[in-house]
Design a protein around this ligand. Structure first.
Ligand code: KG4
Ligand code: ZN
Length: 346
């Protein structure tokens, strides 16, 4: 089955053709990052306008690169939730129009579920059950994956998502948007032991995440105890790099510790990581180091292939293939996009 995927939930416009949930025939991603950088974060109206301009040319390009015509497609898959509502509506309506015009079935899929699937489609085969870890700008979630379409929540954030914390700390340090890659780069020149920051613990919820306290610790380290975001920075350039390194270490250690603990407790041998923060090399190395500390409990950590960590339409097309087979029919034309994740896939 040749599936056209469409992704417009945030600030990447993407289209991709994937065969049988796995083989990527084309993947086109246009990032709007430069347009949003001036605002220090994603500006929703601007995102919609950019998707509107970019989407159909990108769909054409993805078909051309796959060497296919619309008639060769078997299904159209589109992100229906969660994300910026205007941006999602644009993608969903485009998918409906193309499905109607080309007389093809279509299916709306969940963006978070697709981030989990990205690591599965990046391997030759994948084994389930497993533990899914989504670490992105909008989500930090630990999810037990019994099968595609069957999930149980293990833990999640009670405040900021980890990518959001990277972005906010980067802004505090005067680094650009998106903050994750900027912090990772600067952290290479810093001492991760210079500041003893702590990630939050949530009482009686060992797998819940809380990073807002860590953010405040960073604020006080940079601007002085009790000061505000607007206050002047007290640190030298080296001090800023030390904060970046210390923050990155604590945030990543928190994720790695809780994930490995949950996998051990639930007796899950495969971890599938997805979302933009999974690009972080420090995090990947930390996972490897910590995992090797328990040789008697071999756990494999699976990462998305390059281009499949950040928002992309290949993971949407890939998951759409499985979801369509499970569902057995096209979605209806009254399908609506949703900004939240409520009950949409768990
Ligand atoms: O998955 P994604 O593209 O969008 C969402 O669905 O949210 O993730 C974007 C997030 C941003 O917060 C960005 O700062 C973070 O992923 N990110 C990183 C890295 N690359 C992207 N965080 C840490 N280290 C990185 N190398
Ligand atoms: Zn995403």
């Amino acid at each position: 089955m040749n599936v056209l995927g469409i992704e417009t939930s945030c600030d990447e416009t993407s289209a991709s053709v994937v065969k049988d949930g796995k083989e990527i025939l084309s993947l086109v991603i246009r990032s709007q990052m430069d347009a949003h950088a001036a605002f220090g974060g994603v500006f929703p109206e601007l995102a919609c306008r950019q998707h509107l301009e970019a989407l159909l040319p990108i769909v054409d390009q993805s078909l051309k690169e796959a060497n296919l015509k619309p008639a060769d497609l078997d299904l159209i898959a589109v992100t229906k939730a969660p994300g910026l509502i205007g941006a999602l509506m644009l993608g969903v309506n485009a998918a409906k129009a193309l499905a109607y015009g080309w007389n093809k079935p279509f299916i709306g899929v969940n963006h978070i579920e697709a981030h989990l699937y990205a690591a599965m489609m990046s391997n030759d085969t994948f084994e389930l059950p497993g533990l899914g870890l989504v670490i992105s700008g909008g989500h930090t979630a630990l999810i037990q994956i019994d099968a595609i379409g069957q999930y149980q929540t293990v833990g999640g954030t009670i405040d900021d998502a980890i990518g959001e914390a990277f972005d906010k700390v980067a802004r505090l340090l005067g680094l650009g948007y998106p903050g994750g890659p900027a912090i990772e780069e600067l952290a290479k020149q810093g001492n991760p032991e210079a500041f003893s920051f702590k990630a939050g613990r949530v009482s009686e919820k060992p797998y819940a995440f809380s990073l807002s306290g860590l953010k405040t610790q960073v604020l006080y380290a940079v601007k002085g105890q009790g000061n505000k975001k607007e206050s002047p920075t007290l640190l030298s350039d080296q001090g800023i790099a030390d904060v970046a390194a210390s923050f990155q270490k604590v945030a990543c250690q928190d994720v790695v510790n809780k994930t490995l603990k949950a996998a051990a407790q639930l007796d899950l041998k495969h971890i599938y990581v997805g979302g933009g923060v999974s690009n972080n090399r420090f995090l990947r190395e930390l996972f490897t180091k910590e995992r090797e500390k328990s040789p008697k409990n071999p756990i494999e950590v699976h990462w998305p292939a390059p281009l499949l960590s950040l928002d992309n339409a290949a993971m949407i097309a890939g998951l759409g293939f499985h979801r369509y087979l499970l569902q057995g029919h096209s979605d209806e034309f009254n399908l609506v996009a949703s900004p939240t994740n409520k009950n949409l896939f768990l």
